[in-house]
Design a protein around this ligand. Sequence first.
Ligand code: SF4
Ligand code: SF4
Length: 331
Amino acid sequence: MNQQILHEEAEQTALVEKEEAAFATDDTLGIITNIQMFSLNDGPGIRTTVFLKGCVLNCKWCHNPEGMKRYPEVFPNSKNCTGCGKCVAACPAGAITFPKEKTPYINKDLCITCESCVEVCEFDSMNLWGVFVRAGDVLDTVEKDKLFYDQSGGGLTISGGEPTSRFEFSLALLKGAKERGINTALDTCGYLPWEKLETLLNYTDLILYDLKHLDPKAHKQFTGRDNTLILENAKKLAEKGIPIRIRVPVIPGRNDTLEALAKTAAFVAELDKKGEILAVDLLPYHPYAGAKYRLFGYDYPFPSDAKFTDDDIMQFVELFTDQGIDVTVGG
Ligand code: SF4
Ligand code: SF4
C-alpha cells in the first residue's frame, strides 16, 4: 500500500473521527480558514465573507486550495524562515524537507497535522489553516460591521470551500444572521440534497451559484462529481424565485470552448425565464493561484503562462449577453 493510500485512509479515520467527535458535541461548530471583512466581490454592498474549510468537489483549478480539505492543515511560508531546522526536529512524521535553503516543504502525504512545527517555529513560517469556531462567535464578529452593511446594502456571505458541506454550521450562521437583522448570501456549488438547500433558503437573501460544465461526464472528470444534482437544484432555485448570481469559472482545457460556454449560457437563459438571474460572473482563469498551490505544497496542473486574451473574454461575454444575460468579468 503506498503512502498516498495510507494518508487517505488516515484522513478517513483519525482526523475525520476526531472532528466528527467534536462536531457531535456541538453542531454549531465549524472549521473556517478566514473571515474577510470589507469584502466587495461576494454580493452587493460591503460584506463580511466567512470562508468555511472543506469541499464536496475536487476542482483542479480551485483558487482556494487551503479550503478544500475538511480538516485543519499546516502550510509553510518561507518568507520569514531562517532555516533553523527546529521544525524538522519537532516533526514526528518526517514530513518537512528543504528543497531549497530557507524554503521548508511539507509532504502532505506524510503530515498528520500535529501542529508541532507551528508551535516550535518562532518566525511564523509554519501556518495553521483552519480553526474550529462556533457560529455564535463568528456572528459576533460579523455583527460589528452591521452599520456598514445597513448603509451599503451589504451583509454576510458564507463561502469556502463549500459551506453546505458543514450543513448545521452554515444553517446556524445564516439563521443567526437573519435574527440579527443581517442580509445573507450563500456561495455554493449546489451539490447537496434539495431538502437541505431549501432549508437554507429560509435564511438566505441571495444565492451565488457555481456552474462549471453542463456536460455530466466532463463535469465529473474535472470536479470529481456528476452535475445532475447541481443542475436540478439550479432549476428548483430559479423556480423558488430567489435572486441568483451565477458564477462560471472559465478554465483552459476544461470548459473554455465556445460550444461548452454556449450551452452554459443557454441553460442560464432558461433559468432566467423561470426565476431571477441577476447576472453571470465570468471568472476567467489566471495563473496567480499557481503560486498559492506551490506555497501550500500542492501540484498545480496549469502552466504559469496560460491566459485568456481580451478578445477571448469578449467572445465568452457575448455568448451570455446574446441570451439577454448581464455579465461581469472577474470576482
Ligand atoms: S522552525 Fe520556522 S524558521 Fe526554523 S526552519 Fe522551520 S520554518 Fe524555518
Ligand atoms: S503538522 Fe506535525 S506532522 Fe505535519 S509537518 Fe508539522 S510537525 Fe510534521
